[in-house]
Write a protein that binds this ligand. Sequence first.
Ligand code: HEM
Ligand code: HEM
Length: 222
Amino acid sequence: MMKTGTADRIKVWDPLVRLFHWTLVISFTVAYVTGEEGDLVHFYSGYVIAGLLLFRLVWGFIGSRHARFADFVRSPREVIEYTRSLFSGHPRRYLGHNPAGGVMVILLLLSLSGTVVTGLMLDPAFDSVVLEGSVSNRVLLGDDDEERGEGYEEEDDEREGGMEGPGGEGNEVVEEWHEVLANLTLLLVILHIAGVVVSSRLHRENLVRAMITGYKPRDPEA
Ligand code: HEM
Ligand code: HEM
């Protein structure tokens, strides 16, 4: 069981949620800025995010109390009521994610998942991963067309010119979607950070610090 803290502070975020969050912040930043570049760093940061999302999915069911989806996914009615209460100046305080924050967490996770899935579909290894291992291995170990036989040359040429995966027009559609989803995620992140700032002010508590230390004051007004 998690330690619940001293008299004036309560443990809210377990270490894995905090590690998840700040690793995600770093890897998302790296993935976003290396998108145009389309190099191995982009692939690796994308794979890291894929792993983080899988972890978070599992942790949403078996994690500590406030990490669970059941703790912060609320009915639309509760979300509306909470949002209304924000304007009253006395919003109800939640120890974990508030109902509006909960919606944002789910939107972020879905948008990130869409970005990662379309990214993986652009990975040249996507349709040959079973035969040859990941693209990263191939790039690191060097390509060997003779061993792999016909049909890969074109793909390799394309990859040298950029980071195009196999396939023609279908791939461009996926690339469009990948770009749209990456930018949608960025937009959500901006709203997310704005939400954190506004919530912190209204509740007179530092939510960012809580995501670093894991603790929230028992009574922020005190
Ligand atoms: C959340 C994670 C990710 C983010 C934020 C992200 C972001 C981006 C961005 C902003 C672009 C540039 C789009 C453009 O302007 O054309 C891009 C392109 C691309 N990404 Fe990702 N990406 C992610 C994950 C992945 C993954 C997991 C892979 C594959 C393993 C991947 C493969 C690619 C490829 C192949 C391109 C095309 C580059 C080109 O235009 O030639 N991405 N990504
Ligand atoms: C420096 C920028 C950021 C700051 C200061 C920040 C801050 C926070 C804070 C304070 C929380 C807890 C909210 C609450 O108390 O209810 C949180 C949660 C979360 N943030 Fe961020 N965030 C940042 C960037 C990002 C980015 C870039 C992403 C995704 C790409 C992200 C995704 C999430 C997710 C998924 C959660 C839910 C955590 C969980 O329950 O696992 N954040 N963030």
